[in-house]
Each structure stands twice: as C-alpha cells, then as structure tokens.
Design a protein around this ligand. Structure first.
Ligand code: HPA
Ligand code: ZN
Length: 352
C-alpha cells in the first residue's frame, strides 16, 4: 500500500511503539559486530529473511513450526545485541530520526527495562542511552519524547517492582530529582493468564509518584474481555487506566465500550498488528464501529520492524484506505493522539 502525500505530510504523534520493536535488521547486524556477538544467521540477507514470519504468541492456536519463533521470541531475540549505553542510544536515535522523516513530532515510546537487566545489562546503560537520545533528538531533529516504562507481565510482579524502583531516578520531575526520561508506566509482553490487576501495586507506586498509567489489552487474547473490564473499572482504585493499548475487543460488549466513553479512556490502536492475522473486511469495519460509538482512538505502529516494516504512516494509510475515512476524519484521528498524549501543555501547543 503506497503512502499518499496527504498521509506522509500529516503531523503525527505516536503513543504506542516499543522501542525494541523498532530495531532494524541493519542496526541489529551492526551491533552484533560491534559487540562480537554471533547471530544464528550466516548472512545479512538470511537475517532479514527471518523477519518475514512469526507465529502467534500462543502457538497452540496455530501450531509450532520448527525454526519459526513466536512474535515475542523474535522480539526478545533481537534484544540480545543491545549491550552498552551507546547501543541503546543508537536504537533510540534511529527511531526518533525516522520520526522526523515521517513528520512524527512527538512520541511516547515504551521500553522494557527488564528485558535487558535480566540478561545482565546495567539499568544505567539502558536509561542513560535513552535519556541522551531524548535530549539529542529534541535538539537535532525537533522530535520530542516522553517515555513509558513497561512491566513485563509474564515475569513475577516483584521483578517489575524492583525494576521500577531502580529506574525511578530517571522518572519525570514529579519524582524528586527525576531526570525526566519517563512519565508513565505500562504493561507489556505475554498476557496469557496475566490480568492487569496482578500489577496493581506497580500502578499504585507510579501513581503516587505522579506518573501516568496505561496497559496492553491485546486484540484476540484469551480472557480479553475480562482483562479489559479490569483495566477500565478496577485499576488504580477504580479510576481505571488512563489509556489502553490495543483494546479493540471492547467493541464486542456495550459495557466495555460505554465504559471507555464514560471514563474518557482512549485506545492506542495498531491496525497492521491486527491486519497480519485478521481479514480486511472484519478488521476495519470493527475499528470504524468503535470510533462511531464515540471511543477515542489513535493510530500507531507497535513493533514496526517485526511487523513487515509498517510504521505509523503505513498504519495510517491502512486506516485511510480501508476504513474509508475522509481527510478531515484522518486529521481528527491525528489530533486524537495529541489529546491523548501526556505532554505538558506548552509541548502540546508546539506539536500542533
Ligand atoms: N504485545 C505484547 N507485548 C509486546 C508486544 C506486543 O505486540 N510488543 C512488545 N511487547
Ligand atoms: Zn504494544
């Protein structure tokens, strides 16, 4: 699907992108060499080819196939080459430079600190690299960012709490002495039998520090409606999550979509992530119905390099083409992301 000049030039804000999911095969190859890591691919072409197919994270649904990883296996395998502060800096700068090229003016990328500390990488390397990129991208490319620390929901809750405490000096200025890298916490990785309320204590810690709260409710998950219900009505003492990442299944039940509307909880959708495994004439009418019911949605990329290199512009093009939205409606969707973002007002005003 070619990206039209209208979509290419539309000013954008991206609120759902995992920085580790923006690692390109080219940078992964380069970092492997820099760090003397042997990848299980003989050539760069072989490495690139490995990105074509991943299995659903529940292989029982579509069968284990030898040599083909699940999505999350591929995602965490990519992380292996990230070792030093410079690696994390280069990863973040590559994404933010690309943002400038797509007219993404502000982003709130997720990062999985536990994916690195559990491999023995120092938290300071991760946080320091991203912090330096946050500053340099703002001054060099004019792309501002505020980051979101994700708990890995398939790890023990205590590990997430430890990660948060260790990262806390890099949080927003609402934390005394905070360096200002991240202003929110999220919940990512495998949701299988890991409902949001398990992490209640983590959200409470973040809330008490003045941070924002969001969480993944992946499309088509087991117990997806129950997870959505917790996220909307129970998280943070019944106030609900401030945003939900994905959450498309709310369209199935009035109680859920009405809850999103009443509580003004927006959804950060990633159309291509669903389109990989869902028919066009099922998916896009569902997105349209959700919007028509009054749920606030914005359009994002999720893990572009692991999802056929479809970035935020490609995701917007899909919505423009397959939902049949007018240009005015697309501008409205782009503005939703500005409304949903957690930037300070002066930054918001500078974005648009
Ligand atoms: N789903 C859940 N967690 C994730 C994903 C995803 O697609 N990408 C990175 N973390
Ligand atoms: Zn995601």
């Amino acid at each position: 699907l070619a990206i039209s000049p209208f979509i290419a030039t539309l000013p954008k804000v991206e609120l759902h992108v995992h920085i580790e999911g923006t690692l390109t095969p080219a940078l992964r190859w380069e970092l492997a060499h820099r760090n003397n890591i042997t990848l299980p691919y003989a050539t760069f072409e072989d490495l690139k080819a490995s990105y074509a197919v991943t299995l659903n994270h529940r292989p029982e649904l579509n069968g284990r196939q030898p040599g083909i990883p699940t999505f999350l296996e591929a995602y965490f395998a990519g992380c292996e080459v990230l070792r030093t502060e410079e690696d994390f800096y280069d990863l973040a700068m590559a994404y933010l430079r690309r943002c400038a090229g797509m007219n993404v003016r502000y982003a709130e990328p997720f990062f999985d600190i536990q994916a690195h500390t559990r491999r023995g990488v120092a938290a300071t390397a991760v946080l320091g690299g991203y912090l330096r990129a946050q500053h340099d991208a703002a001054s060099q490319f004019g792309v501002r960012s505020q980051w979101i620390l994700c708990f890995l929901r398939d790890e023990p809750v205590e590990k997430g709490l430890e990660a948060y405490v260790e990262a806390r000096p890099w949080a927003a200025g609402t934390v005394e002495g905070g360096k200002g890298l991240f202003h929110a916490v999220g919940l990512a990785s495998n949701a299988y039998e890991r409902p949001p309320m398990l992490f209640e204590e983590g959200y409470a810690l973040a809330k008490a520090d003045g941070l924002h709260v969001t969480m993944h409710c992946d499309f088509g998950q087991k117990d997806t409606h129950e997870h959505m219900h917790e996220a909307i009505f129970q998280v943070c003492d019944g106030q609900g999550s401030e945003r939900i990442d994905h959450g498309l299944d709310a369209e199935d039940r009035e109680e859920l979509w009405q809850g999103l509307v009443d509580r003004k909880i927006g959804l950060t959708l990633c159309p291509h992530a669903y389109h990989r495994r869902t028919a066009t004439d099922v998916l896009f009418p569902k997105i349209r119905r959700l919007r028509d019911k009054g749920v606030k949605i914005c359009i994002n990329s999720d893990d572009p390099t692991l999802m056929h290199d479809v970035w935020i512009d490609g995701n917007m093009q899909k919505i423009y083409t397959y939902c049949g939205f007018s240009k005015a409606e697309m501008v409205h969707l782009a503005r939703n992301a500005v409304d949903m973002c957690w930037a300070e007002d002066d930054v918001k005003n500078a974005i648009y």
